[in-house]
Write a protein that binds this ligand. Structure first.
Ligand SMILES: [Zn+2]
Length: 289
């Protein structure tokens, strides 16, 4: 039934999936047109040290059961040479503080995933603002600077109440989320006071359900597209789904495939957000020189 509903949903959404390239081609066409008239114009590099694309790993921990599987993901990533962020639901289950401490020590990042994961965070502005006060307390207590809303519910205006450096509740294209569609950007962008890091690779459960072992090919195909245009490949993988059945093997295969590419900048989401802000500030400084 869910597959049927999803295929109907896909037909009703105007964006392509998993690759939506119209905005990307539009931007490059503008750059080319400008360069034809003013050959000295060049795009400033998107990523540090000449890397072709950015590669960012994030995880939302949905349930207490998911929390018990976190180390399985962290171990695989560490073994291959990656680090990631783990977003905890502050009031969804009993937070394992020693797990958080261990992750920090090993170079992983801690983020906040809503407050309760009950689908009600954005039910009214008053409710959101009440919860934002509590979310801000958890951000501070955990030394976290990043956020993703449960169910990727989002309201860019209300979210300005969050004390965050970045959010990752938006995406370039995703017809399967409760608010489907997308920002069509494979790059970070500024959203008021914070940097938005849209996820640009399909979510794990969507792919496992639709493609089974073929999920790895869909992910790597999208990474190739993002690399071609200099974007940011950011994935959201849940210990709750990826550590179940054989899916963890698929995730490992995907990481190994990216590892072989070698022309990426691998960063924690907070590092990607800071780089994007510094890059923008440097560019505006150089314009006033
Ligand atoms: Zn969630």
């Amino acid at each position: 039934m869910r597959r049927l509903v999803r295929s109907r949903k896909m037909n009703g959404v105007a964006l392509d999936w998993p690759i939506e390239d119209r905005y990307v081609r539009f931007l490059y066409a503008i750059l080319e047109a400008a360069q034809r008239r003013h050959p000295w114009i060049s795009a400033s590099p998107f990523w540090p040290s000449g890397a072709r694309f950015a590669f960012v790993l994030t995880h939302d921990i949905e349930t207490a059961a998911g929390q018990t599987r976190v180390c399985e993901l962290a171990d695989i990533e560490e073994e291959i040479g990656f680090r990631s962020s783990f977003n905890f639901v502050p009031e969804g289950y009993r937070i394992d503080a020693s797990l958080q401490a261990e992750l920090r020590k090993r170079g992983f990042e801690i983020g906040v995933h809503g407050l309760k994961h009950d689908g009600r965070l954005f039910s009214s502005r008053i409710k959101f603002e009440e919860r934002a006060v509590l979310i801000n307390r958890y951000l501070k207590a955990w030394g976290a600077v990043g956020f993703r809303a449960p169910f990727t519910h989002r309201n860019p205006e209300w979210m300005q109440a969050l004390d965050i450096e970045y959010d990752s509740s938006f995406f370039d294209t995703d017809p399967f989320e409760p608010i489907p569609g997308g920002t069509i950007s494979i790059w970070p962008f500024f959203c008021g006071r914070f940097v938005e890091l849209p996820y640009t690779l399909p979510q794990d459960h969507t792919l496992y359900e639709m493609y089974g072992p073929g999920a790895v090919d869909i992910w790597t195909r999208k990474v190739d597209f993002i690399a071609k245009w200099g974007g940011m490949a950011l994935v959201n993988v849940h210990p709750d789904y990826t550590c179940a059945e054989d899916n963890i093997g698929l995730y490992r295969r995907f990481l190994m495939a990216v590892k072989e590419k070698a022309d990426y900048w691998h960063a924690l989401p907070r590092e990607a957000a800071r780089w994007w802000r510094n890059r923008a500030e440097e560019r505006s400084n150089s314009r006033t020189d």
